[in-house]
Design a protein around this ligand. Structure first.
Ligand code: ARG
Length: 577
């Protein structure tokens, strides 16, 4: 059920019946304050102005024409011509009952399924994954889960950096280590990279070999390809382990690295040249974009081929974009990449549109995010100033969570503690990130993300377990309850409306790629649940069976909504903690 869409449709019908031009919007929004109604339509004032009518009179006519029988309990005109809509308790009850027994919580599938390509994670394979990869990986994954749930065809693309000049050096190092019969273990990619780099800087013969290897690799030499593939496999195995620990849905088949586009780079540059977009400048091929000119009017230069023939990050991204449009048939392409690459993305999008690699119907979105900061307000580093490895960060999260879990419930068995700590620790790190406005920087803080109070993963996970404990106490299977859901008290009504807003929140999050709105929603839902729980006894003596069952069904829907919401964010729940 999507209240907003339903009301929107009914109000539009009434507007038409009043002769209001069909292109004017109904502007339905949840009522923000007391006296605003449960929902409010702001459709009369604009239309009245356009039609030269009195807004309150027009609002009155719309209300008279509105068919909300059985849905609304009260329609009221407020202020200059707002229409306040109060929802009928019986209608709320039956909508909730439908949701509670429905496997999708009565959330409709989209009527307009798209093919959505989501570009996220994309680590450079030469290095171990570090905190810099965290945001792209978890925000991108949340959107992939959500859009899939809504019924879109989601194609995940892990655009790994597997093709830069550093690969010559890495392959040369790998070859030497293999020759010395060393057991090849890239568990610590960082160390391996440092070794190769040191070797490269100190040994001219090695450096020469490394440079030679890049050329051979990029021109398709079989031996080079084989070593490179070995390196890639090892490195990808490391990323895969991280994805599993993080509960991220990326798999091997989502990897389509930079190297994949190699064969298309020369034709792409050629095409941009013949179409007259690229021109030679100091030996390089450059597209000058007037569209992105600086304030002095100098066009923005996009180098697509270096002097000497090498291709660049932008060239590969153009080839990838073209592939996604032509071969993957994308309608929407979402890039979850650091805000510091904004100019790069703008350049790529502008060149692609200009060169007609992509037509206007395809949506290209750079969904930028800010930086994860340390307490000192500078980009998050280890105490000694090094980059924080993702593997270490996740291990620390689980360790810290286990201290809290043991403290909270010393009775738990060891295997339960480790399972719960994993879910709480990983969930906390993810939730702390997802709950912040995407485009802002945020400060990484262990204590606040692991707190059981406030807008955190543990708070929501705990709220979920509290509901489960009610069912254990009541010895009740909530899926078997069938009596009506009765909405009587203020607290029940507030909770009911919040529950039924899940669908419209998901729509907004999917449209704007803003998972923090889902987090805020879940937090508010859990808080309203706590208020309801205080005010509305469930298992107490003297409560009729009907009321008890009605409230149990509400509890169950709360738990399922929290569970589903967290699942869409890639966060797990547990039965107890
Ligand atoms: N490998 C890049 C980096 O680490 C991220 C790739 C993002 N995706 C893309 N299509 N450019 O910065």
């Amino acid at each position: 059920m999507n209240i907003r869409d339903l009301l929107n449709q009914r109000v539009l019908q009434a507007m038409q019946a009043c002769g209001i031009p069909a292109d004017l919007p109904a502007l339905i929004a949840p009522g923000k304050k007391a006296g605003f109604g449960d929902y409010q339509a702001n459709c009369a004032m604009g239309a009245a102005k356009q039609m030269g009518k009195n807004p309150r009179e027009l609002a009155t006519a719309i209300v008279a024409a509105m068919d909300l029988k059985g849905i609304a309990s009260k329609l009221e005109i407020a202020g200059p011509g707002f229409i306040n809509i109060d929802l009928a308790p019986e209608w709320l009850g039956s909508s909730l009952a439908t949701a509670q027994t429905d496997s999708r919580l009565d959330i409709p599938q989209t009527t307009n399924p798209q093919t959505v390509v989501i570009d996220y994670s994309g680590p450079n394979l030469a290095k171990e994954m570090h905190v810099g990869h965290l945001r792209s990986t978890i925000i991108g994954d949340a959107l992939a889960r959500l859009l899939e749930f809504q019924g879109h065809k989601v194609i995940r693309q892990n655009h790994v950096g597997d093709w830069g000049t550093q690969f010559g050096m890495l392959i040369a190092e790998l070859e030497e280590q293999l020759a010395q019969n060393k057991q090849m273990d890239l568990k610590d990619l960082e160390v391996f990279y440092q070794q190769a780099k040191k070797h490269f800087d100190e040994d001219e013969t090695f450096a020469q070999k490394a440079r030679d290897y890049v050329v051979r690799l990029q021109s398709g030499d079989a031996l080079m390809q084989k070593l490179w593939q070995q390196f890639k496999d090892l490195s990808l195995a490391h990323s895969k382990e991280i994805y599993q620990n993080l509960n991220v849905t990326l798999t091997d088949s989502d990897v389509r690295g930079e190297s994949f586009y190699n064969d298309d780079l020369a034709p792409l540059v050629e095409e941009l040249k013949t179409k007259g977009f690229a021109q030679e400048s100091e030996g390089a091929q450059v597209v000058f974009l007037e569209e992105l000119a600086d304030k002095d009017g100098n066009p923005s230069p996009v180098i697509i081929q270096k002097q000497g023939g090498g291709y660049l990050y932008a060239t590969t991204d153009l080839a990838a974009l073209r592939f996604r449009v032509n071969k993957l048939n994308a309608n929407r392409i979402m890039y979850f990449i650091d805000a510091r690459q904004s100019l790069h993305m703008q350049q790529v999008f502008t060149v692609a549109r200009k060169a007609a690699f992509v037509d206007a119907s395809v949506s290209l979105e750079h969904l930028a995010f800010g930086t994860m900061m340390g307490e000192d307000g500078k980009p998050f580093k280890t105490r000694s100033g090094g980059t924080v490895k993702l593997a270490d960060l996740l291990e620390e999260a689980v360790e810290r969570a286990s201290v809290l879990v043991k403290e909270k419930n010393p009775e738990l068995a060891a295997n339960e503690i480790s399972e719960i700590s994993r879910k709480v620790g990983i969930g906390s790190v993810k939730y702390a990130d997802l709950s912040k406005t995407r485009t802002n920087d945020y400060i990484f803080n262990w204590d606040s993300m692991l707190s059981f109070e406030g807008n955190t993963a543990p708070y929501l996970q705990y709220a979920y377990t509290r509901v489960q404990s009610i069912f254990r106490k009541a010895e009740c299977d909530p899926t078997a309850l069938s009596s009506n859901i009765m909405i009587q008290s203020e607290q029940e009504k507030n909770l009911a409306i919040k529950l039924l807003q899940f669908s419209e929140v998901l729509d907004q999050v999917a449209r704007e790629a803003i998972p923090h709105v889902l987090c805020t929603y879940l937090y508010e839902l859990a808080s309203l649940y706590m208020t309801f729980y205080e005010a509305c006894p469930i298992l107490k003596e003297g409560i009729t069976e009907d009321l008890r069952n009605s409230r149990l069904r509400l509890c169950h829907l709360v738990a399922r909504t929290i569970e589903k919401g967290l699942d869409l964010l890639g966060i797990e729940v547990m039965e107890r903690m």
